[in-house]
Ligand binder design. Sequence first.
Ligand code: GLN
Length: 486
Amino acid sequence: MLNATLSELSAALAARKLSSVELTQLCLERIAQLNGELNAFITVDAARSLSDARRADARRAKGEAGPLTGIPIAHKDIFCTRDLLTTCGSRMLANFVSPYDAHVIEQFDRAGAVLLGKCNMDEFAMGSSSETSHFGPVRNPWGRRLVPGGSSGGAAAAVAARMAPAATGTDTGGSIRQPAALSGICGLKPTYGVVSRYGMVAFASSLDQGGPLAKSAADLAAMMNVMAGFDARDSTSLERPKEDYGRSLNRDLRGLRIGLPREYFGDGIDPGVRNAVEEATRWFESQGARGVQIELPHTKLAVPVYYVIAPAEASSNLSRFDGVRYGHRAKEYSDLTDMYCRTRAEGFGAEVKLRILVGTYVLSHGYYDAYYLQAQKIRRLIARDFAAAFERCDVIMGPTSPGTAFELGAKSDDPVQMYLGDIFTVPAPLAGLPALSVPCGFDGKGLPVGLQLMGSYFSEAALLGIAHRYQQATDWHLRVPNDTPL
Ligand code: GLN
């Protein structure tokens, strides 16, 4: 059961082969067995989960069940939950209980899903390894000495180790797709504005976007059907008609034009990653799709641009954590300024402080034009690269990450090394585009490789359809990690 997809679980619940209470119990047992080592969850409240499950079973008995009713879902600890901690992986919010639910949480509640727990993450979603959490690093189910990727690493590890059937995450510069790739599961970053940011702790507001992590593309579609939708409380939420993200799951691949960016297959990519990705693109060609060589000439500027814009927005967003309104407050201080200083010195970890300093610097008088304004201009050029590319192809394929999961601590002393790993994931959010990562094989060390699919605005359903066809012919996405056998 723990390796079942959402539609299989849904069918089992509908056929009364299993109750939501039983399924939730199975997940809670698996968490109890594995979380001590993997550290994927920060908060699990079994009593609450089981009460959600009982409500779901009652709803089903009345004939009012939807596709996700009774299914346990894990949430990244960046989504505010009423009556349950929301820490964002930070000491600053270690004891924070939100007075309201995030829009995404409300949507799952309305669908009758069970809240399984809150997942560990890089502090304030800043990182690519899930090592910067105040609650300790997350470990990869494919090898305990390895990182699961980040920042939604707890969510990815929870799904990969089959502790949760699916999870939510957020992606600012890759935090859904990169951990999905490094942990051997699927993850989708939707078009900016498709999922409401209401109640999602803000990192870089022009980039942040919630999305699902799951075992298959079809499961991501089922999750999107619940998560997406207009919400007046997020001023950048898009008012569009409701769509069925599973509507293209059986699309034909014949004639599909696959853009292969020269910049995504160049130097600096692990041979194991390149081989697996090339093999996947060849499979698509064998199905009648056509590979088209394209260029995304500003790719190498995406990391520097992202690491100016994201910290700039973060420095502004994180100014609210001042010890006055909510979160941590220093115990001892002499006056108000001293209270601010001590609170922030104690509450934030090193990576968050680094970003606040960088962000404040690039926004300051005298540097704004040189850094922030320049970055905004190049951001536009990156979006134009994609617009030009989508004249020539329907989907862009390449690696999600240049490498596979690395050892804990391997990049901790070298932020630039860590940031360079984001080369293929930061362009899509900079342009606001949807992008998906699906497993496409293993490298020489037996570690999972992610294939990234990027499409034009609102092409989520098409991307999921293309990935679904691939998953009907391959079983990479159903492999269970060696370190956490079922
Ligand atoms: N790795 C990137 C960063 O550290 C992206 C994080 C994210 O998408 N939240 O900022």
